[in-house]
Structures are given as C-alpha cells and as structure tokens.
Ligand binder design. Structure first.
Ligand code: DLL
Length: 433
C-alpha cells in the first residue's frame, strides 16, 4: 500500500497545485523585492517589478540566479530574513574558500524536514521503523535533512553519519535497522563489506534505502538491491534549496517527484536561457516558494534533466524529474562530495608544484576513487623513497583538508604528463554511469 506524508499536497489536482503555486509565488516575489536588495537590483535591471508577476505563467520575466551570484553575494548578500530569525547554515565545499552558504529560519528547516519525511514515507517508512542515517552530518545537508525527516515520520533514528563501516554494520544488525540513508556508492560498499563478513541479505532486516547526492545508474540500483536485499530509492536535492528532499522516488521508481508546492521547477536551454517545453532535456531551474532566509528565485542548478507530468501509478500528482544526466559545469561529485579541479590545483601549487597534473577518477568495486598524478619539478626530482613518501603524504593531507576526501597521490617524473596545445585535459573520469 502506497503511503503519503502529506496526501492532500502530494495527490492534489493540477488546479489545486497551480493555485498554491500562484499564491506562494506572488508573496515570495514581494518578500524578495522588499528584503533582498541584491535580487531587487537584478529585477530592476530587467525592468520587472512584483506587479508584473501575476501567476506562474509570468516566471519567465524574472531574472535567473546562478552560482556566480551566490559567490558574489557571499556570505550575507542574499539573506532574506533578519539574522535573529536565522537558526542554522549549511554549506557546500567551494573553490578557493568561497563556499555557498545557505541560511535557514526554523520554518525553513521545518519545511525541509517535511520534504524528507515525504521521501521516507514514499519508501515505506512508518513509526515502526528503525532508520540509520549514514550521510555525513555537519555542513553537508545529507545527515541533518534525513535525520530531521526520520524524526518527523517517527522512526527510531540512528544519527550514524558516514564512515567506520564495521560500526555501521554492527549498528544495522544490533538495532535491526530497516531503513538506511546514505550515498549510493557507500551503500554498495556496505553491501560488499557485508558479503566479505559472510553476511547474507536475510541476516540483515533492512528493507529500503534512500540514496542520493550523486549520480547513480539503474545497474547500480539493481546491484545494491540484490546485495542488501532492499528496495533502493533515489533522492535529489541541493544545498542552495535546502538539501535532500527537493525531489524523491516513489514505488514506481521511474523518476523523482518534485515537492513542487515548495520548489517550482523549470527546464531551460542552458545556452540561451529560453524555457523549454515539458519532455525536453535541459538545465533544471528552481524557485523556492516558501523559504524565507535564503529565498532563491529561478536558481540555475546546472543539472541536466527532463521533467514529466505523466500519470504515476503511486497516485502522486507531483511533477517528476528524471535522474540528472550530468552537470553543465566542471564540478565533480566523488563519493557524494563536490570537488572542483581548481581546488586540487590550489593544493598542488601551494605545495610548490607546477600545474602539470592529471585527476583520474574511477569507480572500483562501486566506490569512487580519486587519483591525483602530479609531476615533480626538476628541483624536487629524487630517488630518495623517504622524501617521496613525505611529499606524497603532505599532498594527501592537503587534499583531505581542502576536499574532505582521501585521495591517492602519485608523484611522477618531470615532463611525463602530456602537454596540451589547446585546453588542457586535466580530468579523466573513468566511471561508467
Ligand atoms: O547533495 C544534497 C543531498 C544530500 C541530496 C543527500 C540527496 C541526498 P549538494 O552537496 O549541494 O547537495 O550537491 C547538489 O548533487 O546539484 C546534483 O548535481 C547532485 N545530486 C544530488 N542528488 C542527486 C541525485 C546534496 N539523486 C548536487 N542524482 C546537485 C544525481 C544528484 N545527482
């Protein structure tokens, strides 16, 4: 039996949903105009005022926001509520220290957790369940979002965070967890570790997993479902809009329902900005209809995907998005962590290397690997193993503190990396997804 957290919203008629969106959009545009000078200026430059926006059909008149705007306005330039009303931030890892910082009022957190509760409920969660949240906690939104959603559903919640695989498996078994939330690559790794420990799926009571924060294929879904003996659900979101739960999968598992009473979606041509008709692939753009502390209008996600209003067998009428096909920028997502090649370059150059390097990403045993190969300068070049090991360790540590990720570092001889006459190809992504 399909379960709903907010049936009246999740199964609303198109007319009802449009009425909700129209009302919220008008009030959100007014809120932003009055409280966010940065965006008001953008509207003025485009010659738009709140009076020009009478319904969601007028969306196209509003200016876009991009990650560049968020960086320019960092940290407080897009704040829409007084600081005294803000209770939390979350943040993405960013280039050269300029992160995206998103702010939340208590109401913003509440609606975000509701979105995650809808996702968990769609995966079958009830107050009878034990839910292990193995996304990272901290600035990353994964842990906090699913943890809050799990509380709302009334599950017994294990705020496990990521890492320490043996302990993860111990808790899963000892507390008889029925639901797990983590990145798909970590789910695959957990499955593999259990197998190595001689555990079979019937020895673990897990029944469902909520996996997102990175792209994953249908093949990976099937393999996770088989090794863990569960049903694997996709969940999508981004820090700028709150975190996980912008959209989520239902039992049909053919795309993710967007919580469109909170996040209004458009698909645009990434080159021209023109709004594309339903069913056409393009860049996903979101407007947050309720959030007050960080109210983004027409935010360009860079995620490339397709929207569909095809009737869903689960009974939800919320519009669906396909799995994002990729991103239109150079951001890499490695084990769920956002990585920009420029961050790696910064660490290398700060340690005295030249910009002769290659970043090789692969997926081995369903886990992403990051291998940074960098040339030693002629001055550094040596046969002394001790010195090479120390140099490698310094880079591994530097990358870990910049990215929050363990990388493998290989020091290679001067002039061994092919030079390019045009644009340098620094990233080799061998993952087949
Ligand atoms: O990854 C939020 C999240 C946490 C989502 C836990 C799901 C589960 P960011 O770190 O800001 O936020 O990264 C956002 O990750 O623009 C997509 O490119 C990518 N992404 C997120 N979910 C999916 C998914 C979190 N299910 C960026 N499939 C987004 C593919 C995803 N890509």
């Amino acid at each position: 039996m399909e379960r709903f957290f907010h049936p009246e919203i999740e199964c609303a008629s198109r007319e009802e949903m449009t009425a909700i969106q129209n009302e919220k959009l008008l009030s959100q545009v007014k809120h932003v105009w009055e409280n966010v000078p940065y965006y008001r200026k953008k509207m003025e430059e485009k010659g738009v005022t709140p009076d020009d926006i009478k319904s969601i059909d007028d969306m196209y008149k509003l200016p876009f926001l991009s990650k560049a705007d968020l960086r320019e306005a960092y940290p407080y330039g897009l704040l829409g509520a007084p600081l005294k009303d803000c209770v939390r931030i979350h943040s993405t890892s960013g280039t050269t220290g300029k992160r995206v910082v998103a702010f939340y009022t208590q109401d913003d957190i509440d609606l975000w957790e509701d979105c995650c509760a809808r996702a968990l409920t769609a995966a079958g969660a009830t107050e009878e369940d034990v839910c292990q949240v193995s996304y990272g906690f901290g600035l990353f939104t994964g842990g906090a979002g699913l943890n809050g959603g799990s509380h709302k559903v009334g599950c017994l919640t294990i705020p496990m965070s990521s890492g320490n695989t043996e302990r993860q498996i111990m808790f899963l078994r000892d507390l008889s967890a029925t639901i797990i939330c983590c990145t798909p690559s970590y789910a695959a790794y957990l499955g593999e570790s259990m197998k190595e420990m001689g555990l079979t799926p019937d020895q673990i009571p897990l029944k469902a997993g909520i996996f997102g924060a990175e792209a994953w294929s249908e093949e990976m879904r099937h393999s996770i479902e088989e090794t863990l003996g569960i049903k694997a659900y996709d969940i999508y979101g981004l820090t700028e809009l709150s975190g996980p739960g912008v959209s989520f999968e239902c039992s049909e598992q053919t795309g993710m329902h967007i919580n469109e009473d909170h996040f209004l979606a458009e698909i645009i041509d990434p080159d021209t900005g023109e709004v594309l008709p339903e069913g056409t692939e393009g860049e996903l753009v979101f407007t947050s209809l309720d959030k007050k502390a960080f109210p983004l209008l027409r935010y360009r996600t860079k995620d490339i995907c397709v929207l569909s209003r095809k009737k869903c067998s689960c009974g939800r009428t919320l519009i669906k998005m396909a799995k994002p096909r990729g991103r239109s920028d150079d951001m890499l997502i490695i084990r769920g962590v956002n990585v920009f090649p420029s961050q790696i370059e910064t660490v290398l150059l700060n340690n005295g290397y030249q910009a002769n390097y290659q970043i090789i990403i692969d997926r081995i045993n369903n886990t992403d690997t990051l291998d940074v190969q960098v040339e030693m300068t002629p001055e550094m070049f040596t046969d002394d193993i001790g010195e090479i090991t120390a140099r490698q360790k310094a880079l591994v540590d530097g990358l870990k503190s910049m990215l929050g990720l363990k990388a493998k570092v290989t020091l290679v001889a001067p002039k061994s990396i092919t030079r390019s006459e045009g644009k340098a190809v620094r990233v080799i992504d061998r993952r087949k997804i």
